[in-house]
Design a protein around this ligand. Structure first.
Ligand code: AHG
Ligand code: MN
Ligand code: MN
Length: 339
């Protein structure tokens, strides 16, 4: 007999019952879901936009074609402003913090998002996603202040991502455990498909842009090299898997185990190493998820969730995945080469 479907709404009700979530936070998640369902449809139609444009009348939105990451950003902002469920909003696509609507002034929550992650992959039909991170405000009321935004990732109360892949999924944590939901195209609901996701203690996959290897520090170079030979405990060498969408690369490694690396760029010796990925929109939410699933995340020396944000677009090196693999990486970096 077919198992009874367990919807995201039922899951949120369950979390509220166990005191892990309040109504306001549940509403934020449901706002994000509303946006993600629309983004998912638009992503599916992306290949048709030019074809429909040829008619010269209007495009699918009845206006000029917008780049999908701007479209996704504007959609998320407008939904969150309309519902007033956040008192502060920050997006990878906006230089400054986004003012909440008056309705949001009484909300207790700040939200960060990367509206479309991996967007350079839209044209080639590779999975992309939306990443989000939620904090409780520290100010009392009114629109959120800078101090509400500049936080450590350990203060997050919820984090997750939508992946627009062969199916559309939501992966969510509110701190205890990680749960996956798959969008059922027939009912239009996210249904619980992955309960208690755990990242394997050690994996066999490494994911990085090796084209950047010349810019890496010696510890990173030697660590990645070490994965290409048979492992001391009798395991074979690791497999390389990298598509260049963090959501897709992270999602695969979360389920299968392994390590994702976007190390710092050390090519200018006169300056501190440069990270590419964004702390607030990418590194922190993925790190909260990976830790809740039993994994680890570091910039090489410091746990990602302990890094104090210096500005909302702060960038960091990100090494994330199976706990034993991340520990091996940190040992290589600490030793400046093979430990
Ligand atoms: P975004 O599309 O949000 O700008 O993020 C792109 C990021 C991330 O998704 C991915 O892990 C990384 O950039 C890929 O970078 P490289 O192309 O330098 O490998
Ligand atoms: Mn991104
Ligand atoms: Mn993006």
């Amino acid at each position: 007999m077919r198992q009874h479907a367990f919807s995201l709404r039922m899951h949120l009700t369950e979390l509220r019952g166990s005191g892990q979530l309040d109504r306001e936070l549940a509403d934020i998640i449901l706002d994000l879901v509303s946006a993600a369902k629309i983004i998912s449809c638009e992503v599916n139609h992306a290949g048709l936009i030019d074809i429909q444009g040829i008619a010269g009348v209007t495009n699918v939105h009845g206006e000029d074609v917008q780049k999908l990451d701007i479209y996704s950003n504007d959609l998320l902002v407008s939904i969150l402003r309309q519902t007033g469920s956040a008192c502060g909003i920050a997006s990878e696509e906006s230089e400054d913090m986004i003012a909440p609507s008056t309705a949001g002034h009484s909300s207790n929550y700040i939200i960060f998002f990367d509206p479309l992650d991996g967007s350079s992959n839209i044209d080639v039909n590779i999975s992309i996603g939306t990443i989000f991170s939620v904090y409780r405000r520290v100010s009392q009321s009114g629109p959120a202040q800078l101090d509400d935004f500049l936080r450590k990732g350990s203060h997050q109360v919820a984090a997750g991502y939508f992946v627009y892949g062969s199916s559309t999924m939501l992966v969510l944590t509110t701190g205890k455990g990680v749960t996956g939901f798959t969008l059922d195209q027939t009912s239009g609901q996210f249904l619980r498909s992955h309960t208690e996701i755990r990242v394997p203690e050690r994996g066999k996959i490494y994911s990085c842009n090796e084209g950047n290897a010349a810019k890496w520090d010696e510890g990173t170079k030697q660590y990645v090299q070490s994965l290409k030979t048979a492992q001391p405990d009798g395991r074979g060498s690791y497999s390389a898997r990298y598509v260049g969408s963090l959501v897709a690369d992270f999602h695969r490694n979360l389920l299968k185990g392994g390590i994702f690396l976007y190390p710092g760029d050390y090519s200018d010796a006169s300056k501190p190493p440069k990270g590419k990925l964004r702390l607030m929109y990418e590194a922190n939410p993925m790190s909260m998820i990976v830790e809740a699933a039993g994994g680890a995340a570091t910039d090489g020396r410091t746990r990602i969730l302990d890094i104090q944000a210096e500005d909302i677009h702060h960038r960091v090196p990100l090494i994330i995945g199976s706990a034993a693999d991340v520990a091996d990486y940190e040992a290589y970096v600490a030793a400046g080469g093979r430990p």
